[in-house]
Design a protein around this ligand. Structure first.
Ligand code: CMC
Length: 392
């Protein structure tokens, strides 16, 4: 009984109000608390954007310093957490490890389940932003069979992450400031994106009053899929499979063929029907990083640029308003930095954690908060009587 709207995929349902992120999909505009993403990516840095998302305003110098100190003091994981990593198969995907380990953190921070306590909310937020790079780097180290590297508090957020991934006892990794800046920019570009699938998952989980670490684990699980955060891994693998520019038309034809499930990974978006403003910054960043690393004629970048050009000329993509999204170029940068494709989505998860947490904080502060409970259109059998097994 009751009237409700049938909206599979929630293409036209707003489930909350929010003051965090604004997207105008027709204009290709993305604003965090009013500030455009291209300005934040070029003039700000990730931890400042975290502050903006979490607290609503750009920080004063002292506020930023205090916030950065608080995050830095929480970068270590409880030593017992190492046991969780060691319990996974040695070839486990780092996203599988992250889903498990972040969920397990709820057992280490039981008090954070008291979400009515503002201090608990605050400390859970800081812990998640601070520990996520450590968790992702440890998942990577476990995945490649190298010893864990502890965080170093004298390094900035991105440099610390790169060092935890690439240092080995035999050789200390010297962080290249250009790569650190590029890493920071990738984090900034992925920080939040309003009510996407993983954020909606976090909000739905938290609407029941669940533990915040468990809610973020739910978000990580949702992000993993290739239609969402998993697209960055899938996009680079697709570009490599195409391999040379002469094979591009074959793949464009496959993407247009409705009998073939293949899609151009890193193309299209539910909300952007013009370009994705993050993809523009990412493309410039890819050029910059390869240039500075002295990688000339990167075949994957050549395939990406030519694929973009040919697809944008094609009436199929024009009519359906399909443009490269944030994940189309990010893999090229991460690959040049030395990350295997399995780490691309964990890096997205590190960055998106602040978005999930900001949305979680906003939601649980809402006095009108209701448990999320979608309805359905029932299409199954009508009433029938039970039949004993011998009479079926
Ligand atoms: N290649 C070929 N055709 C496509 C593509 C693509 N990448 N994306 C959409 N289409 C077609 C689709 O077949 C459909 O055609 P028709 O109307 O004839 O049935 C039409 O465009 C609309 O697509 P849709 O699947 O109904 O649109 P959606 O809003 O449900 O899906 C999307 C959005 C991002 C899931 C989809 O574009 C896609 O699968 N893209 C590839 C995966 C990808 O890059 N995902 C990352 C998204 S951005 C980062 C993030 O969110 O994590």
């Amino acid at each position: 009984a009751g009237v409700f709207t049938y909206d599979p995929g929630f293409t036209s349902t707003a489930a909350c109000d929010s003051t965090i992120t604004y997207i105008d999909g027709d204009k290709g505009e993305l604003l965090h608390r009013g500030y455009p993403i291209d300005q934040l990516a070029s003039q700000s840095h990730f931890l400042e954007v975290c502050y903006l998302l979490l607290y609503g305003e750009l920080p004063q110098a002292a506020q930023l310093e205090d916030f950065e100190n608080r995050v830095t003091q929480h970068t270590m994981l409880h030593e017992q957490m190492h046991n969780f990593f060691r319990g996974f198969r040695r070839d486990a995907h780092p996203m599988a490890i992250m889903v498990g380990v972040v969920g397990a953190m709820s057992a280490f921070y039981h008090d954070s389940t008291d979400i009515a306590d503002p201090w608990q909310r605050e400390v859970a937020s800081i812990r998640l932003v601070a520990k996520m790079p450590t968790i992702a780097a440890m998942a990577y180290k476990y995945h490649v069979g190298q010893p864990f590297v502890y965080p170093r508090n004298d390094l900035d957020y991105a440099s610390n992450f790169l060092r935890m991934c690439f240092s080995v006892p035999a050789e200390e990794y010297v962080v290249n400031p250009v790569l650190s800046r590029a890493m920071d920019r990738i984090f900034t570009l992925h920080a939040d994106h309003e009510q996407n699938a993983s954020t909606s998952t976090v909000r739905l989980a938290s609407s029941s009053g669940a533990n915040p670490f468990a809610c973020i684990a739910a978000g990580i699980a949702c992000l993993w899929g290739p239609a969402h955060g998993g697209a960055n891994q899938a996009a680079l693998e697709m570009l490599r499979e195409i391999g040379t520019v002469d094979r591009i038309p074959e793949y464009i034809a496959r993407a247009k063929d409705k009998d073939d499930p293949f899609r151009l990974m890193g193309f299209g978006h539910r909300v952007y029907k013009n370009f994705d403003p993050r993809a523009k910054v990412m493309k410039e960043s890819a050029d910059e990083v390869l240039d500075l690393l002295g990688i000339e004629d990167n075949p994957t970048l050549q395939v990406a640029k030519e694929l973009e050009r040919l697809a944008l000329e094609d009436p199929y993509f024009a009519e359906k308003k399909l443009y490269p999204n944030v994940d189309f170029y990010s893999g090229i940068i991460l690959d040049a930095m030395g990350f295997p494709t399995a780490m691309f989505t964990p890096i997205f998860a590190v960055a998106r954690t602040v978005g999930w947490i900001s949305q979680w904080k906003e939601q649980i502060s809402d006095p009108q908060l209701k448990i999320g409970r979608p309805r359905q259109l029932y299409c199954g059998a009508t009433y029938r009587d039970y039949v004993d097994v011998e009479n079926r």
